[in-house]
Design a protein around this ligand. Sequence first.
Ligand SMILES: [Zn+2]
Ligand SMILES: [Zn+2]
Length: 418
Amino acid sequence: MLTQRPRGTVDILPGEVRVWHRFEHLVRQLFSRYGYEEIRTPMFEHTELFARGVGETTDIVEKEMYTFQDRGGRSITLRPEGTAGVVRAYVENKLYGEPGVAKLYYVGPMFRYEKPQHGRQRQFHQVGVEALGSDDPALDAEVIALSWRLLEALDVQDITIELNSVGCSECRPVYREQLIAALRPVADRLCKDCQQRLGRNPLRVLDCKQASCRAVLDEVRPPLLPDAWCDACRTHHDEVRSHLRALGLSWQDNPRLVRGLDYYTRTTWEITHPQHSTVIGGGRYNRLVAEVGGPETPGIGFAGGVERIFAAMGDQSEMPLRDGVFVAIADSAAALIATRLLEQLRGAGLRADRDYQGRSLKSQLRQADRWGARFAAILGEAELAQEAVTVRDLTEGTQTLVPLDQAAEIMRERMTRE
Ligand SMILES: [Zn+2]
Ligand SMILES: [Zn+2]
């Protein structure tokens, strides 16, 4: 037990952390271009927040939360998703009092008690944005575009935007009754979960993954959400589509897309991948801020599982970004020169390290490779005689002899040029 981590958790080791850094760097750059700023909310909140803000009838709240009593007798829950905490912080800190739309993003760990499998852990990570304070369809399109641009920047292939609207408090209750009426006669053929959903959250039956339920839906062909949209919802959705076209994006309409969370109104979308199902999911939530006790404020956001995004990136997520210089000492007479060179490299702003265990040149070069060095700077007898250093480019496999007093500058230039 002592040397075994809890089920559903992973250690992210130093080589892998570099991939995470690269990802987070890209996220911060891209999101800030769209005017989003990072918000950091607590890892745990009062359980009530998630019950209200995620929805009592969702799988997350019913089955998956890490909930416990703290020593003061309060019910506390490790955050299972990011939106509820961001909305709570928005209300508590009165961010609605500031001018303009609040554009917020987060990256961090979330916790759900699920069956661990490849790409799904009990402690996992999400990246997400929330834009609060506007009902403008142009904002829907911008947030959808941002979710797409994120995956595009990461070079994720074979993805599709699936788009729908789940209606509003005017038209959804009407649709809900139509759906119940259509499904009640065949309720006994639905899966156990869906039989329960039919009474409490019937829209969720539409996106059930069980083959039996899909077969029933194909046969019964219940009315679909778009048939029930009110005029205002239809107009909103048409405008979202126009703005998406103006952004040069294409999508697939999916009239059965409802998303698992209760709080969505109107626009919902998912970016799906054939092997990794939903990579990013999002939607508009015009009632959520009021639901957690704030003033009526429309909002829209998305979240993506970082591990799932990495899985969808395939091999390239494992490709470490090479940078820095590993100084390899091939002659013990070079010890002092190595010390000086290291200091120059670090002073020039480069990541630099060396071997301290007297290893052979061959194993030092192996170490440089594992360490993710871009260059190995080799100091041997021949180099000493010429006051030079051999710079081996570990990405390109080339090597050149350069004067020692210019070496740091030359390597720095070659790295910043790229
Ligand atoms: Zn409506
Ligand atoms: Zn089902």
